[in-house]
Design a protein around this ligand. Structure first.
Ligand code: FMN
Length: 366
């Protein structure tokens, strides 16, 4: 990408516009779309529009500290890269390029079960430990072996995704004819056989169950997994405060307030509307993350004020990967981080601990 084109990429949404021009329609639709009527997809963004920030003036902000320690590791800023599948659709080196982007951005990438490069290869390429997102497999023996493998490779935390027990209606994906291209497989699942590893992505009309995601995962499995692991366990896809509380009671280390970016059950609330309720229930007793619709530094600020310890971005880094590889991710994350620092400075905050809920108000009805 030439320098003048790159210099016109000023905010995260600019990456989507450019990626849309570069990607084939099916790949773009796979990233951009949500489930069914996309009510939840839209709600995630709309929730941020309803929040106003009340800045404190006349605070010395000549030094701003955005760092936070998560599971014993210091993060320069509280933004991680959410797990997403099939990066080879967006860049020829796939997840390896994403690893480089995460490394250059000094942030943590959560590798998806559905990556097109194995976790081991990703971790070997990475200068820092990765996290792994787990879709529990029907074969619990295989699942045990998978978490053992990724832990041995250097993984620092496991995120068990709990919001996609069955397929969701992906009308836009299906209309665009999205499927895993021939020759592209979920490398982490290759030991279950090439056919399984390349099974249909979301099935199609009338396909309720998915071959590569177990539909029978319960709290018993969470306890089982907790006992198998020697590294932190997070549940990804929690929206109910009661479920967050159960996760805490069962010894989970973190919860990711997420609705899968509006790609699972359509009609569930935005993540931002549930975050304060979950923070009130379990905040401070386990690590709390939020994803869904983070596009601006002010969104990061609002999520932290509502009780998140850190946020994750999904679609935006895939667009950046498609546009400019690792450099794209680096620049996109620099934009988001700087916007966040600007939000802190302009709101009179010098450390993450000074960002409080009292600094927000809901937009008055018009
Ligand atoms: C293209 C795409 C693929 C995804 N793949 C996975 C996945 O493999 N596992 C998972 O737990 N979540 C997956 N997600 C959900 C993300 O981890 C995250 O929850 C969501 O993208 C956050 O919302 P945002 O895209 O608005 O930032 C995927 C999301 C997208 C957009």
């Amino acid at each position: 990408m030439d320098i003048s084109a790159r210099s016109m990429l000023l905010c995260l949404d600019d990456y989507e516009v450019t990626a849309r021009e570069l990607l084939n329609k099916a790949a773009y639709e796979y990233i951009a779309s949500g489930a069914a009527d996309e009510k939840t997809l839209k709600a995630n963004r709309a929730a941020f529009d309803e929040i106003e920030i009340l800045p404190q003036v006349l605070v010395d902000v000549s030094s701003i500290d955005t760092s936070r320690t998560i599971f014993g590791r210091k993060h320069d800023y509280p933004i991680l890269l959410a797990p997403t599948g099939y990066h080879r659709l967006f860049h020829e080196r796939g997840e390896i390029e994403s690893v480089y982007g995460a490394n250059r951005s000094n942030t943590t990438l959560i590798a998806s079960t559905f990556s097109t490069v194995s976790f081991e290869a990703m971790q070997r390429a990475s200068a820092a430990p990765l996290w792994f997102q787990l879709y529990m497999q029907r074969d619990r023996g295989f699942t045990r072996e998978l978490v053992r493998r990724v832990t041995e490779a250097g993984c620092e935390a496991i995120c068990l995704t709990v919001d996609l027990a069955v397929n969701s209606p992906r009308d836009r994906e299906l209309r665009a004819g999205f499927e895993l291209p021939a020759g592209m497989v979920r490398e982490n699942l290759i030991d279950m056989g090439r056919e399984t590893a390349s099974a249909a992505h979301s099935g199609g009309v009338g396909m309720l169950y998915n071959q590569v995601r177990a539909p029978n995962v319960t709290w018993k499995d969470v306890e089982w997994l907790r006992d198998e692991l020697t590294i932190p366990l997070l549940l990804k896809g929690v929206l109910r405060p009661e479920d967050a509380e159960t996760a805490r009671q069962l010894g989970c280390d973190g919860v990711i307030v997420s609705n899968h970016g509006g790609r699972a059950l359509d009609g569930v609330p935005s993540t931002m509307s549930m975050l304060p309720k979950i923070a009130d229930k379990v905040g401070g007793s386990l690590a709390l993350f939020l994803d869904g619709g983070i596009r601006r530094g002010t969104d990061v600020f609002a999520a932290l004020a509502m009780g998140a310890d850190a946020v994750m971005v999904g679609r935006s880094y895939l667009y950046a990967l498609a546009v400019d590889g690792a450099e794209g991710i680096e620049r996109m994350m620099a934009i988001l981080k700087t916007e966040f620092e600007m939000a802190m400075g302009l709101a009179g905050c010098t450390a993450l601990s000074t960002i409080e809920r009292a600094m927000l108000q809901m937009r008055p009805a018009r």
